[in-house]
Design a protein around this ligand. Structure first.
Ligand code: 48F
Length: 255
């Protein structure tokens, strides 16, 4: 016979165990879009302890919507190897490859979990921890609390490195700028995303993937927002390659 109390016990015990195990991680990634997922995958595959905190219930960020809700994304030649690694089907279209956005999210998420990354959904980062001018963790709360604007104090996750993978909003970088001041950008501030220019944006996304404040790295669309790169629309190669790059940069710092 099924017992409701045992159902509740299983859920609470298991969810609490996951959270307790991840109170201290090597890398905390905020944002489970394409750049955050790829960053998590390559870091975990190198043996690092990684957790992703995603505000929504679903991972995938902007992938789901494809281009103007047509459920397709495209990547360029340089990023094909990453999608191949995840077994994602691609259709060649001149110098691009098109794939199904639902398949991309499903296969990425599945492999990311299998690589050892713990994904926490429905949780938002609302602040960072800073000690001796270095970001060393994030401050989290249930997204439902944030949405309901309830006055509920948050909890904290310790991390050797934090990645801002929050997309266009670059939320963690805004928090650090507002509370600490100077970022590692030409003006010392968030430069702000520029209008659409796919070719230039894809190049700059990778170039702008870097440590923006001690302990805080930026990847994906957040990198372009912070360093003043253009947007690119539904071409995602730069997101995947940026996630791969930030994993490489942090891996070097962890050894
Ligand atoms: O927006 P998103 O997909 O970021 P990305 O990885 O990729 C950008 C592309 O989707 C697209 C584009 C490129 O072609 O222009 O926009 O850079 O994913 C960001 C994720 O972060 C979550 C948000 O819900 C989304 O799923 N997020 C944002 N702020 C927070 C957050 C936060 N404070 N705490 C937790 N999650």
């Amino acid at each position: 016979m099924l017992n409701e109390i045992e159902i509740s016990r299983a859920i609470i015990e298991e969810a609490t165990a996951d959270l307790l195990h991840n109170l201290d991680v090597e890398v905390a990634i905020v944002g489970g879009g394409p750049s955050g997922l790829i960053a998590g995958f390559y870091l975990a595959r190198q043996g690092h302890k990684v957790a992703i905190f995603e505000r929504k219930l679903s991972t995938g960020g902007g992938v789901w919507g494809g281009g103007m809700l047509f459920p397709k994304i495209v990547v360029q030649e340089q990023a094909k190897k990453i999608l191949d690694e995840f077994g994602i089907k691609l259709k060649k279209k001149k110098n691009l490859y098109a794939s199904n956005s639902v398949e991309v999210v499903a296969k990425l998420t599945s492999r990311v979990i299998d690589s050892g990354v713990q994904i926490f959904n429905g949780i938002s980062a609302e602040d960072v921890l800073i000690r001796r001018q270095k970001v060393c963790g994030i401050v989290i709360n249930w997204s439902a609390v944030e949405i309901a604007q309830l006055h509920v104090d948050p909890l904290t996750i310790g991390a050797k490195f934090v990645i801002d993978a929050t997309g266009h909003a670059a939320e963690l970088c805004h928090i650090v700028q507002n509370k600490v001041g100077k970022l590692n950008t030409p003006s010392g501030k968030i430069e702000g995303e520029k209008s659409m220019w796919a070719d230039e944006a894809e190049r700059q996304t990778i170039e702008n993937t870097k440590e923006v404040y001690p302990g805080l790295f930026v990847t994906g669309m957040a990198a372009n927002a912070v360093f003043g790169g253009p947007r690119m629309g539904p071409i995602f190669g730069g997101m995947f390659l940026s996630g791969e790059k930030v994993a490489r940069l942090i891996h070097k710092r962890l050894f």
